[in-house]
Design a protein around this ligand. Structure first.
Ligand code: NAP
Length: 252
């Protein structure tokens, strides 16, 4: 467990962003820090990237710490919340961004790939939601990560889509289970976003074809999704609860 010290004011709202060392998570962490949150930047292995982001935010006078935890492991998730509470004082927002994608036909999927995808995307979300139920302040916000891939049913996406279907189910049910706490639970379902997760293993032609699919005719950028998360955890989304927001340029 590595941490970088920060000293937010008592009243500063605190957000945990899982998988925030790069890609969409890093952009969400940056945006929430700019919105005034003290941010816990979680990562599993990319310590250098996570610590560099913390340094960058601190240089802008913003408040952030980096916390190593594999979301698939319940004890590490518990420690993630404990470290955040110890360093930043409280937890108001959880953004369940950490996730993996490896496309392969269902018939060719190894047990190891199945386990890894479900462990990180589903068990990881389950672990953080269960911990959040105990620790999130009343009035808090939770944003899970699904995918617009779910609506497209493309070959190769069976295992990944199944994990995101589970995340959408968690979102709908958990929003109801937190009745009385004034905590909203929503999910964002991005279309293709220009990150390593999306581009890895694809040819330039495949990437260009994906970029042409939405009527807005481009790939999403991490900042497009960070803006949606900022809305969902901000004051204007207080009446949005149990919803899946598909941010994909009109793709599906
Ligand atoms: P990415 O660029 O591959 O980044 C993934 C992040 O998750 C990294 O910071 C990685 O950190 C972290 N991570 C991976 N396994 C982890 C674990 N076990 N515990 C904690 N952190 C872990 O991915 P992305 O494109 O930003 O995707 C973010 C989310 O958006 C995912 O849930 C993905 O399914 C969803 N999404 C993405 C797209 C897209 O087109 N990019 C579309 C729809 C939905 P380490 O390197 O330290 O492991």
């Amino acid at each position: 467990m590595t941490q970088t010290q920060a000293t937010p004011a008592q009243s500063t709202r605190v957000a945990i962003v899982t998988g925030a060392s790069r890609g969409i998570g890093a952009s969400v962490a940056q945006r929430l820090a700019q919105d005034g949150f003290a941010v816990a930047i979680n990562y599993a292995s990319s310590a250098a990237e996570a610590n560099a982001l913390v340094d960058e935010l601190k240089a802008q006078g913003l408040s952030a710490i980096a916390v190593k935890a594999d979301v698939a492991k319940p004890d590490e998730v518990r420690a993630l919340f404990e470290t955040t509470e110890a360093q930043l004082g409280r937890v108001d927002v959880l953004v369940n961004n950490a996730g993996v994608l490896k496309t392969t036909p269902l018939a060719d999927t190894s047990d190891a790939l199945y386990d890894q995808t479900f462990d990180i995307n589903v068990r990881g979300t389950f672990n953080t939601l269960r911990e959040a139920a105990k620790r999130l302040n009343d009035g808090g916000r939770i944003v899970n990560f699904s995918s617009s891939a779910l609506a497209m049913n493309l070959p190769g996406y069976a295992i990944y889509n199944a994990t995101k279907a589970a995340v959408e189910s968690f979102t709908h049910v958990f929003a109801k289970e937190l009745r009385g706490r004034q905590i909203t639970v929503n999910a964002v379902a991005p279309g293709p976003v220009a990150t390593e997760l999306f581009t890895n293993g694809k040819t330039a032609e495949q990437i260009a074809n994906f970029a042409k699919m939405p009527p807005l005719e481009r790939l999403g950028q991490p900042e497009d999704i960070a803006g949606v998360v900022s809305f969902l955890v901000g004051p204007d989304a207080g009446w949005v609860n149990g919803q899946i927001l598909r941010a994909n340029g009109g793709l599906a």
